[in-house]
Design a protein around this ligand. Structure first.
Ligand code: AMP
Length: 581
């Protein structure tokens, strides 16, 4: 490995970055810096975030830009406001005490007049998001005629976000002899096209192991039912007391919903998505950066390019459709040589995506389990004991209060005191997790494919019903009947197991009686439907004459007859108007 002072950078700049804690160059810096310092090459850098690519292009830019010339000489284009601000901050940090450069950042969602004023003061480097730059160009505020270097950062992201036309316009507005330095985590066709159209014999730096992604990310996945994803998330968070993470959702609505649930459940969480005002986004990001916010729930677009150090976990509430999205999401952790976990909470349906991403990254994902209630509680106790061991005792301050404490506790044994003190923090979790069921699903292909759970409800009951396949019953039909007669939701029902003349289904315990009652008096083709608790714990017969005074309720009607013949199960349950209640 080469040292920074062998790359051709000025001594002052090497000293400046050393003071920032940059001891040795990262691989991309080692390769790109000497090449870019020549000032005569176009470059394609295939590097992900977290590899140190900002310094890889930023340090040469600082060396190459003439501080005595007030013209705009370099342009950095980045997909988001957050990334633009970050790049500007990095450039400012690098050149402080080295050169007096005016670096201006422009982005949408903020006062344009302030930005215009700053540019008019003479911006030697402009860092911009594409949309706002186009706006300023059309207002003739920005003059790109003296541009010598254009950096396109996270080019694949900009194209993903639909900035293709803007980028074309920007590149064709700049002088023909400018140099283009393009950085991208991936190299889709559209990025290649930009290289073909606007670059001359570009040097290509593919970071070794690029396909493997960041080695420091531990890629994990867990399989649960779709409906259990939120519960699984909470368990992981409870199990990892010092978690500092980003939780990714596909839509703004999910982002909002999960953040709201987490807040309601007492977690330190907030959401980041496109519907927030810029001021709201700034506030959230500020809290996250200074770590007063522990869990950031975000959409892909809103969280692009975030560089916050020490993120321990990236959690995916679903697998993204685009490979690039996965790379960008997981790249929020394990930055600057640190380690991090990227955990995908997936349903069985999404397992195929895990395989695809594994192939593409050439990295194996580790299958993990959702911690059980007991494990979470155990972890909490361990955490508590650790806290007790590590707490700083300020003898002089606390000593004067202790006699009273000793007096108040004098009748309790040491064991009692330990128990009580542990319970203070512990009871809340114990209460919550006492009957917690196992959320883990097998990742083997289920026999059932109608979305009903095949995971046993440890807090559920298994019920026998005297109708089955021989009656033309399908799982969807039985599910609809249970929901209709039992007045429960689909997600209160677990595994459905159809046999010949009878079937079994699982329901959450609290709904068992209600369902038993709901089926009272129900008939199918003149046969009385009978339900029984399995395991001999409880028995109740819908045909025992209790019910609604023996009044018969027929499972009939034209539509129902139709599917009963095995034709159309969809008819059931959509037929709300025919319901008896
Ligand atoms: P980037 O990939 O440019 O977003 O950089 C990721 C993080 O690594 C940033 O927080 C940088 O400040 C940090 N970083 C970049 N280069 C180095 C280096 N040579 N040594 C230590 N940290 C670095």
């Amino acid at each position: 490995m080469k040292a920074f002072d062998t790359l051709g950078l000025s001594g002052e700049l090497v000293e400046a970055i050393r003071q920032l804690g940059f001891e040795n160059p990262t691989p991309i810096q080692e390769k790109a810096i000497p090449m870019l310092l020549q000032g005569n090459a176009d470059l394609i850098g295939l590097a992900q975030t977290g590899t140190g690519k900002t310094a890889a292009f930023g340090l040469p830019l600082i060396e190459l830009v003439n501080e005595n010339n007030r013209a705009t000489q370099a342009l950095v284009v980045a997909p988001t406001r957050e990334l633009s601000v970050q790049i500007t901050n990095d450039l400012d940090r690098f050149c402080k005490n080295v050169k007096r450069l005016n670096i201006v950042t422009v982005y949408g969602g903020a006062s344009i007049s302030d930005q215009i004023r700053k540019i008019r003061q003479g911006a030697q480097i402009i860092v911009a998001t594409p949309g706002r730059l186009i706006d300023l160009l059309s207002r003739k505020v920005v003059d790109l005629t003296h541009i010598q270097y254009v950096v396109l950062d996270e080019a694949d992201e900009m194209l993903n976000m639909g900035f293709k036309e803007d980028i074309d316009e920007i590149l064709s507005t700049t002088p023909g002899n400018k140099k283009v330095w393009l950085f991208s985590a991936t190299m889709p066709r559209e990025v290649r096209e930009i290289a073909n159209n606007y670059m001359t014999n570009p040097q290509e730096l593919a970071m070794e192991g690029r396909q493997q992604g960041n080695e420091n990310i531990d890629h994990q996945f867990v399989v649960v039912d779709e409906r259990d994803k939120y519960l699984a998330l909470k368990r992981f968070v409870d199990y990892t007391p010092n978690i500092f993470g980003v939780i990714f959702c596909r839509t703004k609505m999910d982002t909002q919903k999960i953040a709201e649930h987490l807040i309601k459940d007492g977690y330190n969480a907030d959401s980041l998505h496109g519907d927030l005002t810029q001021a709201q986004r700034d506030r959230v990001m500020k809290n996250f950066k200074n770590k007063t916010l522990q869990l950031l729930v975000a959409t892909d677009v809103a969280a692009r390019g975030i560089d916050v150090s020490n993120i321990t976990h990236v959690i995916h509430m679903n697998m993204p459709d685009e490979m690039e999205f996965y790379t960008h999401r997981s790249g929020r952790t394990a930055r600057a040589g640190k380690k991090g976990i990227s955990l995908a909470i997936v349903s069985k349906k999404e397992l195929g995506r895990i395989g695809q991403v594994e192939k593409s990254l050439k990295r194996k994902f580790t299958k993990v389990s959702v911690p059980t209630g007991d494990e979470v509680c155990q972890q909490k106790i361990v955490g508590l004991v650790q806290k007790v061991k590590e707490v700083e005792v300020i003898d002089e301050e606390i000593d004067s209060f202790l006699p009273e404490v000793h007096h108040a506790l004098k009748d309790l044994s040491k064991e009692d005191i330990i128990k009580r003190f542990a319970s203070i923090e512990f009871n809340r979790f114990l209460e919550y997790y006492r009957d917690a069921r196992d959320l883990n699903k097998s990742d083997k292909k289920s026999f059932f494919d109608d979305g009903a759970s095949d995971a046993a409800y440890t807090t559920g009951d298994r019920i026998f019903i005297n109708i089955g396949k021989m009656d033309g019953l399908e799982k969807g039909t039985l599910l609809a009947m249970i929901c209709d007669y039992g007045e429960v939701r689909k997600d209160n029902v677990g595994k459905i197991d159809l046999k010949g003349a009878y079937s079994f289904f699982e329901v959450e315990k609290k709904f068992t009686d209600q369902i038993m009652k709901g089926f009272e008096g129900v008939e199918v083709r003149g046969r009385k439907v009978r339900l029984e608790m399995t395991g001999g714990r409880r028995e109740k017969n819908a045909d025992d004459g209790s019910g609604d005074g023996g009044k018969k309720r027929r499972f009939s009607g034209k539509k129902r007859e139709e599917f009963w013949g095995g034709k159309k199960k969809e008819s059931w349950g959509r037929d709300k108007g025919r319901r008896k209640r």
